[in-house]
Write a protein that binds this ligand. Sequence first.
Ligand SMILES: [Zn+2]
Ligand SMILES: [Zn+2]
Ligand SMILES: [Zn+2]
Length: 146
Amino acid sequence: MTMVTADDLIDGLRGSGYRITEARRQICLLLAGEPEGHLSAADVLDGVSGVDQSTVYRTLEALERAGLVEHIHMGHGAGAYHLAPAGGDHHHLVCEACGTVVDVPLSRVRAAVDDVARSHGFVVDTAHFALVGRCTSCAAPGTTSQ
Ligand SMILES: [Zn+2]
Ligand SMILES: [Zn+2]
Ligand SMILES: [Zn+2]
């Protein structure tokens, strides 16, 4: 997997016609510094200083349009942002009780989903929504639902 650097993100924004402000630079640095991270817009806002919320949202949108970042849904809450190559190869199991996120190979989930969707000619964005449930420590013995 190629590592996406803050410079890649900054270049991508610049290439899409965005002026590189200090705020945008900070957001790019934060995202590139958490390659395994699942950051909500609120996490990004917390991680930068002197950047207002609308700038965070607009910058994340711009990065997403440039194909450098993508969002996924980990549960009921706000979307989480990923560097695009990292999010492209795994799926998420999210524990509703404790919030633990387990990354699983996307290929294994995709095979099952494609099997269901194929007869409808449907191309599924498999990783967009996490599979939500209980992790092993939260699922009490004997109560694991099937
Ligand atoms: Zn979405
Ligand atoms: Zn992930
Ligand atoms: Zn749990």
